[in-house]
Design a protein around this ligand. Structure first.
Ligand SMILES: Cc1cc2nc3c(=O)[nH]c(=O)nc-3n(C[C@H](O)[C@H](O)[C@H](O)COP(=O)(O)OP(=O)(O)OC[C@H]3O[C@@H](n4cnc5c(N)ncnc54)[C@H](O)[C@@H]3O)c2cc1C
Length: 412
């Protein structure tokens, strides 16, 4: 037996990836939510801005929210500047992130193929591809013949209900091992001096005449003048603790994995007649996702209707899937503002920052949100990439109505 094997068997030689600690009485910054976004913000605050008194509070376990529940897709193929610029910045950060964190995130830029089902839809994709190229990103339009070569497993039979006429492909899109992102950021943040406390829900937010003053937890009240709410599917609940009402809805969204099979699919494919997206993990499972369940809910599970719907569309894309068994299904809570885009930046209470409303599209933005939010908190000035995502856009009318953004509550 190898030395590593022996140490592992005895439970020795594997130091914890991040320090276990009890919270101190006060901090410069408290981050509520130990998902990828909160942990990334903590890491960049400590690493790039020298913040040494940062606390991350997680009510469950790190990555146990949407970070560990998503379908792991990354891409930057958006139409409008606001979404595209932030996601493109994120994609660039993903490309070097394993080295930066010294942690293998299994970043796989295997390509992201967005299918068009009509000539009109493909025409829209051409506009989006042109916008992407003008910004310096990569995009390619494939007609049916070229698509057949890129993804030979696709059913390109023109006699189907929603025939596929072409696609927009972003070859730099792909997948990242989701929970490794939480672990990698947590380990690196901890090494930079960030305190991380799990099993510690925030139950209240203290506010006085100067703005935010504390967070309340079962481990006591913790003083701080800067708080970031980064709790994905529970943003309304936590923001309400500071008296803020957010213009968003909370809906369950499901993901599915098949039994593992040999390598059959080396690219991510998205079907737009309804919604279904498919990729294959390194273990061999096919990962499937679709649209939200069509009702508000805080239950992290979903209904059979969506399972049937996603599987039907996946089989329409790849008929071989009909021979496979679905192994597991789970759900997460997606908070979706009315324009389908996130709310990121200062809240309406001094010292309180919001990172909410990413729906089922925020995993890809994890490094960029962490990076830009850290600078926003450290400098007190909103990072230019975050300005369009302000809460005030719902008052001023500056909504972000973006093709490619995906999540709108009842779009599918
Ligand atoms: C099924 C599904 C598929 C998805 N697929 C994709 C995809 O392919 N690509 C993509 O880009 N995005 C995808 N997403 C969206 C993506 O997962 C999220 O936008 C992103 O992971 C959010 O990260 P986060 O760190 O903000 O949230 P989370 O990872 O949810 O972290 C928030 C944390 O806050 C904690 N928390 C909540 N309340 C409190 C409290 N009171 N006190 C302390 N802690 C609290 C939670 O326990 C949680 O761990 C998908 C989401 C789902 C559900």
């Amino acid at each position: 037996m190898s030395l590593i094997g022996a140490a592992r068997r005895k439970g020795r030689g594997w130091p914890p990836a991040w320090r276990k600690t009890e919270p101190r009485k006060d901090y410069d910054v408290v981050i509520i939510g130990g998902g990828g976004h909160g942990l990334a913000t903590a890491y960049y605050l400590a690493k790039l801005h020298g913040a040494s008194r940062v606390l991350v509070l997680e009510r469950g376990w790190l990555g146990g929210g949407n970070t560990g529940r998503n379908t792991t897709i990354i891409r930057s193929d958006y139409f409008l500047d606001a979404s595209a610029d932030l996601k493109e910045f994120s994609l660039k950060l993903w490309e070097d992130l394993s080295q930066d964190l010294n942690y293998n995130l299994m970043v796989s830029q295997r390509g992201y193929v967005d299918l068009a089902h009509s000539d009109g839809e493909l025409e829209g994709f051409v506009l989006r591809a042109n916008a992407m190229r003008l910004r310096g990103s990569d995009a390619e339009i494939l007609d049916r013949e070229a698509l057949g070569k890129r993804v030979p497993q696709l059913n390109l039979d023109g006699a189907t209900r929603y025939p596929i006429v072409g696609a927009l492909v972003q070859e730099r899109g792909g997948t990242v091992r989701h929970d490794a992102v939480a672990w990698g950021y947590a380990r690196a943040a901890s090494q930079c001096g960030v305190d991380i406390v799990e099993q510690c829900p925030v139950t209240g937010i203290g506010v006085d005449g100067q703005g935010v003053k504390s967070v309340i937890t079962p481990k006591g009240e913790i003083s701080t003048r800067r708080v970031l709410i980064s709790v994905a599917g529970h943003s309304s609940v936590v923001a309400a603790m500071a008296g803020i009402t957010l213009p968003l809805e909370s809906l369950a969204v499901q993901a599915f994995v098949s039994e593992p099979v040999k390598p059959v699919l080396d690219v991510v494919v998205n079907y737009n007649a309804g919604l279904a997206y498919v990729s294959q993990t390194d273990k061999g499972e096919l990962v499937l996702g679709g649209a939200v369940d069509p009702y508000n809910s805080y239950a992290s599970r979903g209904g059979f209707r969506r399972i049937e719907d996603v599987v039907e569309r996946a089989i329409a894309m790849f008929p071989f899937i009909s021979k496979m068994r679905l192994m597991r299904q789970w759900g997460g809570i997606a908070d979706i503002p009315m324009d389908g885009n996130a709310i990121v930046g200062p809240g309406t209470v001094d010292g309180l920052y919001l990172n909410a409303g990413w729906g089922y599209a925020g995993f890809k933005a994890t490094p960029a949100v962490g990076w830009t939010m850290a600078r926003t908190i450290a400098s007190g000035e909103t990072h230019p990439l975050l300005e369009p995502f302000s809460l005030s856009r719902f008052e001023t009318g500056g909504l972000i109505d973006d093709a490619g953004a995906g999540p709108r509550p009842y779009a599918h």
